[in-house]
Ligand binder design. Structure first.
Ligand code: NAI
Length: 326
């Protein structure tokens, strides 16, 4: 049998991980012939809860799960891993200002960036899920100067999948038939779900649906506010769908996307007027282990305005945390 792939997962006692860990252990990430080992990271006060999750993992008797380690030390968590899913972060508590939230998370990702730099293999793939995901990925990269920036990404795949679902329903096609969809920008309500290049069965979606008002006034805001709608309905934030998106993102990255466009939060190289180094949702394709950015799309005036708006928010977040990096 093949050697297990080692995956660090932070926030292991949280609700996303309560779905994510079981799916990874079941083989949803790397397929039914690849054993996995989990390095579970959470805060000292959550160690007991993590041990409970480990008991449940044992009770599933997953044939692919080779071993599970539990720690509160990011250095131990990142040692020898092939991938890391950084889900744990500080949630916004009552009365907490956005600025305080950014700085609390900046501290976490600064520490984890240093641990990543000191311990992880340079080829490990790191996906930041914990919010504010884009800015957390930025801090992580800035705090891990010797770790390849392109091996860090932030998750915007949940928004991509949400848009895909809505578009397929409207067009009356299967979700798998939707291609070349892009979600640009920040994983926040400023994100831009863009159908300009999207097709269903190879036919332009904006011709199939042919309802520009629906696109601008319903689809785009609906995708942007889907997270709030779920909190409203469930009294808890999206968890299983977030776990699913993390698996989609990491699987496409490590195994390849088969020519399909995916949206990923990547460190900008300056394309589309996005400032260099900013982690921003952009279109890409993947071949096993590497990402090819799609850089040559022609952007119209509406797209320009929508991209500029979400990028401006990312710049603001970056500037708010920059002082903490000094
Ligand atoms: P949760 O609150 O249920 O769990 C978070 C876990 O992280 C807790 O067990 C907590 O102890 C742990 N944690 C906190 N600080 C940590 C640290 N420094 N190191 C290790 N672990 C730490 O939250 P949930 O629902 O699992 O969500 C996790 C994060 O994912 C949140 O920030 C949420 O906003 C974000 N999220 C991101 C999405 C995206 O599309 N990018 C989608 C949905 C959620």
């Amino acid at each position: 049998t093949k050697a297990p792939l080692r995956i660090a997962v932070s926030g292991a006692a949280g609700q996303i991980c309560y779905s994510l860990l079981f799916r990874i252990a079941a083989g949803d990430l790397f397929g039914a012939d690849r054993p996995v080992a989990l390095h579970l990271l959470d805060l000292p006060q959550a160690q007991n809860a993590v041990r409970g999750v480990v008991m449940e993992l044992e009770d599933c008797a997953f044939p692919l799960l080779s071993d599970v380690a539990v720690t509160d030390d990011p250095n131990a968590a990142f040692r020898d891993v092939d991938a890391a899913l950084l889900v744990g972060s500080r949630p916004r508590s009552k009365g907490m200002e956005r600025r305080d939230l950014l700085s609390a998370n900046a501290e976490i990702f600064k520490t984890q960036g240093a641990a990543l730099d000191a311990n992880a293999k340079r080829e490990a793939k790191v996906l930041v899920v914990g919010n504010p995901a884009n800015t957390n990925a930025f801090i992580l990269a800035e705090s891990a100067p010797n770790f390849p920036r392109d091996n860090i990404a932030s998750m915007i795949r949940l928004d991509h999948n949400r848009a895909q679902g809505q578009l397929a329903a409207k067009a009356g096609v299967g979700v798998g038939e939707i291609e070349k969809l892009v979600v640009w920008g920040n994983h926040s309500p400023t994100m831009f779900a863009d159908w300009t290049f999207a097709t269903a069965n190879g036919r332009p979606l904006n011709e199939t649906i042919s309802d520009e008002a629906w696109y601008r006034e319903t689809l785009i805001p609906k995708v942007a506010q889907r997270g709030s709608a779920i909190i409203e309905a469930r009294d808890a934030s999206s968890a299983a769908s977030a776990a699913n998106a993390a698996i989609d993102h990491l699987r496409d990255w490590m195994l390849g996307s088969d020519g399909r466009w995916v949206s990923m939060g990547l460190s900008s190289i300056g394309a589309y007027g996005i400032p260099e180094g900013l982690y921003c949702g952009v279109p890409a394709t993947c071949t096993a282990g590497s990402i090819e950015r799609i850089e040559d799309l022609k952007i119209d005036e509406f797209q320009r305005r929508m991209i500029d708006r979400t990028v401006a928010e990312l710049v603001e977040e970056r500037d708010a945390v920059r002082a903490l990096l000094a």
